[in-house]
Structures are given as C-alpha cells and as structure tokens.
Write a protein that binds this ligand. Structure first.
Ligand code: NAI
Ligand code: 15L
Length: 266
C-alpha cells in the first residue's frame, strides 16, 4: 500500500491507541501520536506531540503537516455534561477547524454505538437509522458526526465516521459478544480508509464478524472492508453466566448499561 506522509492519532495513550499503535507505521512514513497522558517512548517513525484537545492553538500545532487524522482522543464513557462538552464537543470542533486551516483532508472520527444506544437489540440498524443517543457521551458523539458531515459538505474534508462497538482485547461481558471489534479489524479498516481514492463521509459500524450482530454495514459495502475476526472464540468466557433478564433495560437496549443508567451524578 502506498504510504501517506504523516498520520496523526489522538488518544494514543488510550485503550484503542495502545492496541493499534504498532500497526500504524504500515500506513505512513511518519506517525504523530498525541495525548495528554504519557504514551511511553516514541521511536521513529513515531513522534509525540502532547496536546490538550481543549486548547485550540495547541490542537492547530498538533495537526500541522499531517495528511490524515485518527481522532480517538477524548472522554470515552459517560461523565459530567460540562466535561464532555469541553473535551468531546469543543475539542472535536478545534480538531476540525485545525484540519481545515492546516490542510488535513481525511479523518477517522471515533464515534460510538452510544449514538444509537436507545434502539432495541432486535432492531437491525443501518447507516441511515435514526440516532437515539443513550447518554451525554452519546450526544457528544452525535455532535461529532454532524460536524464531520458539515466539514465534508462545506469544505470537502472526508471523514470515516466509525460507530465503534466495543474495541478491547476481548469482550468483557455477554453484550460485547455482539458489539466486539478486534484491533486487527480496526487496522484493516484504517488501511481501507487511507487507501480508497474517494472516501466521502460514510457511517460505518465498527464491529467484527460476530455471530450475534445488530448492525448492517451494507450501505458502505463499496468500501470493501470485511471484518475477519469474530467474538465466537471468547464464548467460553460467559458460558457459566446467569441467563440475562430480558426486561433489564441494559438487555433491552443496544447501549446496554449506558441506556439503563440514570442522569450522571458526580
Ligand atoms: P480511552 O479513554 O482509553 O482513551 C482516550 C484517550 O483520550 C486517553 O488516553 C485520554 O488521555 C485522552 N484524552 C482525554 N481527554 C483528553 C484531552 N482533553 N485532550 C487530549 N487527550 C485527551 O478510550 P478508548 O477506549 O481508547 O477509545 C478511543 C475513542 O474511541 C474514544 O473517543 C471513544 O469514545 C471511542 N470509542 C471507544 C470504544 C471502545 O470500545 N474502546 C467504543 C466506542 C467508541
Ligand atoms: C464506548 O463508547 C466506550 O468508549 C467503551 O468504553 C465501551 O463502553 C463501549 O462503548 C461499549 O459500548 O461497549
């Protein structure tokens, strides 16, 4: 695959960043890693730029000379609305503005299944399904999706909007048997996103080829991404769990515990 010159990944110290970091050097001559947290030693072709997403000037410096961006940085679970606003809403705005001003043309926006978390599990969703956020966090991701669409329509900046299910080394509970995405499938998708001649602004559900699945990526089949892993290899982890209560909102809704939780209190 032809390499791009400089690829930026925000959130490099996080769960996903740590899982995919080593694979990014296949895609770019220079890999710029960024976070507010420590990422360990960055060895060439890696370089590290510390950046708080809430600081617009620092974000612009971080984005300078980058051709493409993987935006994984931010608050990744439910939290206080004001914190979520500062980091996920304002921070994502700073990132898109920096991309516009500095000429970065292609972005992966790490959205989340919590944008559609209040859909019932027996509903099979597509990219065209209505958003039904299940949390302050899910609302912030819906904002990011809308922002990405506006930067595509108005400025031609392409974004792969990735509604990630559960990207961890292995599923942590029974629900994640349906929502799990392997790091290897994510890296394959990043390869597709960087390589395809015309990306546009598709919404893709970030999920492996699991036996139980609530999401249909048929509308973005033109991308040619086919997940190759499956959560089936982890079924034994939950074989002895008690049967789930079918009336538990965490079982009724796709967003699981996020949908069941009440208003976030400190
Ligand atoms: P994480 O919480 O492990 O990592 C997020 C990273 O963002 C952390 O290293 C943190 O230091 C950094 N960060 C937080 N506030 C920041 C700020 N103000 N400025 C700069 N960096 C800041 O999250 P994870 O699991 O790695 O997820 C990455 C992205 O993917 C997040 O945006 C999350 O919402 C999204 N996502 C993740 C899923 C998963 O299953 N891991 C599922 C759905 C979405
Ligand atoms: C997310 O959006 C979170 O970032 C991650 O920590 C998990 O909770 C995941 O969704 C999930 O729904 O399993």
């Amino acid at each position: 695959m032809p390499k791009i010159n400089r690829l930026l990944m925000t959130g490099a110290a996080g769960t996903i960043g740590q899982q995919i970091r080593a694979g990014l050097t296949d895609f770019a001559a220079h890999v710029r890693l960024s976070d507010i947290a420590d990422i360990g030693v960055a060895k060439p072709p890696e370089e590290f730029v510390a950046c708080d997403l809430t600081d617009p000037e620092a974000v612009r410096d971080m984005v300078r000379e980058c051709d493409a961006i993987l935006h994984f940085g931010g608050i990744s679970t439910e939290n206080r609305a004001d914190l979520i606003h500062r980091v996920n809403i304002d921070g994502t705005y700073h990132l898109y503005e920096a991309a516009r001003k500095e000429g970065a043309r292609r972005i992966l926006f790490a959205s989340s299944n919590h944008v559609i978390g209040f859909h019932h599990r027996e509903t099979r969703l597509t990219a065209s399904s209505a958003i039904r956020p299940d949390s302050n966090y899910g609302v912030s991701k819906a904002y990011g999706e809308a922002l990405a669409r506006m930067y595509w329509d108005k400025y031609g900046i392409e974004t792969l909007i990735l509604r990630i299910g559960s990207c961890f080394p292995r599923p942590k509970d029974r629900r994640m048997m349906a929502t799990w995405m392997s790091a290897a499938d994510l890296l394959r998708l990043i390869g597709v996103m960087l390589e395809c001649p015309r990306l546009g602004c598709p919404i893709v559900y970030g999920v492996s080829d699991n036996e139980e699945c609530w999401w249909d990526n048929g509308e973005t089949a033109y991308l040619g991404w086919k997940p190759q892993d499956s959560s089936a290899q982890f079924a034994h982890l939950f074989a002895d769990d008690p049967a789930p209560d079918p009336n538990d909102p965490a079982v009724v809704y796709q967003g699981g515990g996020f949908a069941r939780a009440g208003h976030y209190e400190d």
